[in-house]
Design a binder for this molecule. Structure first.
Ligand SMILES: Cc1cc2nc3c(=O)[nH]c(=O)nc-3n(C[C@H](O)[C@H](O)[C@H](O)COP(=O)(O)O)c2cc1C
Length: 381
């Protein structure tokens, strides 16, 4: 199987599965507990049907959107995800380059493996910095200053990860940073030697957003310790309100699911929220993002930009979310599988297919711009 034979999400996923050692594939593919929320995120799109209009003159279609002051050529963006150089040795560099080529936004995770400064210098497409809130308030300020200084366009604070989700696939394989593989997990690396060769012959593994700031007692960086020892489970609305003031720019909360929280995000001055359950990786049983989107748009959609992510695999999924009222849609695994399968070329192919699906879908819906999509185009089963 080759990249040119990949025509959709499932093909990329299969190519990634063949190329990655199972513990790494399972880290991407997996979710919390029974993975029910993860499944529902995609199934939810099938509870909603598109109702097209015809004969509307659709020769030229404009797919651009403006969110939090950023102009995107496509209504999708690459949501921040951790550890990308483990999936392909080009990691965030490949994702950022592909996002820039397609004129869209990309996110750099706090657990990213390439520095936010390096990517900002090379690419001029909007860049998000995904932030975790530390117990050390001084450290939070220093990290925000660093992001400001680098020229980050949007600060995105993840609020659904106050404690780690229960990812049982990772427990089985022993996936962690640093690796603590089970015997079965280690065997899976042995049978995918190309991954190991690439990993060992390229720049060593680093977490440059954290390395400068966090002294893990000289020992190897353990993500488990980072979450349990450095992040603040007491994080409150007052803390975030202060952060919003300090940042003094586009500020987005990622992982808002309730109307009450969406309203508080407005009150403290956020300019965007992402309706998200972290791709089902945190609270299993949490409602699918697409199902929860309408009530949040109705409550706050005229006061800040409501984005959504979770389960998006198709251009028509994007059209459904936009029709409900999302201003843009984030994708995670949709670009991670092609990254793992084929690096930058893979991500470009995935974005290209997504763009073609969105344009085709809009034409078939009778729309020439994203603003023409509305709930009038939808029916729910
Ligand atoms: C492998 C992986 C790593 C992720 N790492 C982060 C992260 O570091 N910070 C964060 O806020 N979200 C992270 N996410 C969540 C994504 O940003 C996004 O919310 C989610 O992937 C959307 O669901 P989807 O994968 O079904 O598109 C991660 C997701 C995956 C699959």
């Amino acid at each position: 199987m080759r990249l040119r034979n990949c025509h959709n999400f499932h093909d990329f996923r299969e190519l990634a599965r063949r190329r990655l050692p199972k513990p790494i594939f399972d880290y991407i593919a997996g979710a919390a507990d029974d993975e029910a929320t993860h499944r529902q995120n995609t199934v939810g799109f099938e509870r909603c049907d598109l109702v097209p209009n015809v004969l509307r003159g659709v020769e030229a279609v404009d797919t651009s959107v403006k969110i939090m002051g950023q102009k995107l050529a496509l209504p999708i963006y690459c949501s921040p995800t951790a550890l990308q150089r483990l999936f392909h040795h080009t990691g965030e560099r490949a994702v950022a380059a592909a996002a820039a080529k397609y004129g869209t936004m990309f996110g750099v995770s706090s657990l990213g493996t390439v520095s936010l400064e390096e990517l900002r210098k090379i690419h001029h497409t909007p860049q998000v910095y995904q932030f975790y809130f530390h117990k050390d308030r001084g450290l939070n300020k220093v990290m925000m200053q660093r992001a400001k200084h680098a020229g980050i366009d949007v600060m995105m604070l993840t609020v659904d990860s106050i404690t780690g989700g229960n990812r049982e696939r990772d427990l089985r394989t022993g996936f962690s940073i640093p690796f603590r593989l089970t015997y079965a997990g280690a065997l899976q690396f042995a049978i995918k030697p190309m991954w190991g060769i690439n990993y060992l012959t390229h720049e060593s593994f680093k977490l440059p957003q954290l390395d400068d700031h966090i002294n893990m007692d000289g020992g190897p960086v353990s993500i488990g310790r980072y979450f349990t020892e450095m992040l603040d489970p007491a994080m409150s609305w007052a803390d975030v309100a202060e952060m919003v003031q300090t940042w003094n720019g586009q500020f987005c909360l990622k992982g808002v699911m309730s109307v009450a929280d969406a309203k508080r995000a407005v009150d403290i001055g956020c300019t965007g929220i992402v309706v998200s359950n972290h791709g089902g990786r945190q609270l299993d049983g949490s409602r699918a993002s697409i199902d929860q989107l309408a009530e949040i748009v109705d409550a706050v959609g005229d006061k800040l930009d409501v984005l959504m992510d979770g389960g998006v695999q198709r251009g028509t999924h994007v059209l459904k979310a936009l029709s409900i009222g999302a201003k843009a849609v984030g994708v995670g695994r949709y670009y991670l599988y092609p990254l793992a399968a084929a690096g930058q070329l893979g991500v470009e192919r995935a974005l290209d297919l997504m763009k073609a699906e969105i344009v085709r879908g809009m034409k078939l819906m009778g729309c020439t711009s994203v603003s023409q999509l509305s709930r009038g185009n939808l029916r729910f089963r």
